[in-house]
Design a binder for this molecule. Structure first.
Ligand SMILES: Nc1nc2c(ncn2[C@@H]2O[C@H](COP(=O)(O)OP(=O)(O)OP(=O)(O)O)[C@@H](O)[C@H]2O)c(=O)[nH]1
Ligand SMILES: [Zn+2]
Length: 357
């Protein structure tokens, strides 16, 4: 099995974006991983390790999210002295950002250019619908198409019935019971990742993500052998980050992706929550008052659905909780960007004063 650029997702849009970078010594590639500023990039000519160009470093200082990240399509440049630098990041189709855990206002780019994002939840022990909803919010926000994988289907009596009972937690999303023991559902997952497409798995530790990656990759040994054949086999681990599915696309699997939480992609939008809770949003739209707080107001469609049991109290409570979390995150991000703006203004004033002296 050969890893070609098209099998990794290289297409006409990317080709067009690459055009202005198309010079001698430069070529496109896809980032498999980033370790302390060194990027492992898969190119048509093999795997290369690239450091950031001066301009990329400058861009990065101005906007931390502009830096290369696993999944990015990039331009690398080969220098006569055999150094390789990363010159540019091509436009991203989708991205997963983790809310800035500490100082940053912008958050951290975790993975990009994902087409299908699988929320992975085990059927055994009991699945947690709240966790599914949380990750669905993240999945919708990324711009990729979510699917829900209920793993360890072999460990429960009636996986199909169980899957149905979780339909509420993920409206509008394909729900696929899978087992790496019996192989159930693996072909269905593969259908969601045709050649050129990228799949990412998110879910709790122990949900069975590694087992799924191995089962989907199937021909893991073959991949390793191909790597050795091109003489650059020493970076085999890099392929753990972008794993090809035979006759299909690739799986992007990074440690960062495995531990994502909720985040706020674009301050002021929170679109993922709206989509993950499309049913609740529909109810809200049907409330008599547009500023309904769904407490004691007459004509409240949300309360009515709760009383009728159409909407579960659990799901409703989780929706409110995630809303509060996003609101908190948004305020935090706003405060940080205000601080950053003030700091910039002070720097500018100081510069002006220096010139005037
Ligand atoms: N019965 C059953 N067990 C499974 C299945 N898939 C995985 N397991 C078991 O579940 C455990 C966790 O599987 P992993 O694939 O390591 O889970 P993970 O999500 O990668 O966990 P992290 O690496 O911590 O993120 C292992 O003991 C697997 O053998 C399955 O389809 N059926
Ligand atoms: Zn209401």
């Amino acid at each position: 099995m050969n890893l070609t650029l098209p099998s990794l997702g290289w297409d006409d849009t990317l080709r067009a974006a690459y055009q202005r970078h198309d010079k001698r010594g430069q070529r496109p590639g896809r980032v498999a991983r980033v370790d302390r500023g060194i990027c492992t990039v898969l190119t048509a000519g093999g795997t290369v390790r690239a450091s950031l160009s001066g301009r990329m470093l400058g861009d990065l200082a101005a906007d931390p999210l502009s830096g290369p990240c696993a999944g990015d399509w990039v331009v690398v440049r080969q220098w006569p002295d055999d150094r390789t630098t990363l010159e540019a990041v091509l436009p991203r189709r989708t991205s997963i950002v983790r809310a800035g855990a500490s100082k940053s206002a912008t958050g951290q780019m975790i993975a990009t250019n994902i087409d299908t994002i699988a929320v992975v939840e085990p059927l055994d022990p009991d699945p947690d619908p709240g966790r599914i909803e949380r990750l669905m919010t993240l999945a919708w926000d990324s711009g990729a198409t979510p699917i829900l994988l209920l793993t360890k289907a072999d460990a429960v009596g009636d996986p199909a019935a169980l899957a149905l009972s979780f339909a509420d937690a993920a409206p509008g999303v394909p729900i696929i019971p899978v087992s790496t023991v019996t192989g159930e559902g693996l072909d269905v997952i593969a259908e969601h990742v045709p050649p050129g497409r990228t799949l990412a798995l998110v879910g709790p530790s122990g949900a069975g993500k590694s087992s799924l990656v191995n089962a989907l990759a199937g021909a893991e040994v073959m991949v390793t052998r191909t790597l050795r054949a091109d003489g650059r086999g020493r970076h085999t681990t890099s392929y753990r980050a972008l794993v090809p599915i035979p006759d299909g696309g690739v799986i992007l699997d990074t440690p960062g992706l495995r531990s994502v939480g909720l985040f706020d992609r674009t301050p002021g939008e929170g679109d993922g929550l709206t989509r993950a809770f499309a049913d609740v949003e529909d109810l809200v739209a049907a409330c008599r008052y547009s500023d309904c707080r769904h407490e004691t107001e007459p004509g409240c469609a949300v309360r009515e659905a709760l009383e009728l049991g159409v909407l579960s109290a659990r799901r409703y409570d989780n929706w409110r909780k995630l809303q509060r979390e996003l609101e908190f995150e948004r305020r935090r991000v706003d405060a940080r960007s205000r601080q950053a703006q003030k700091a910039k203004a002070r720097q500018r004033q100081a510069a002006v004063r220096r010139r005037e002296m």
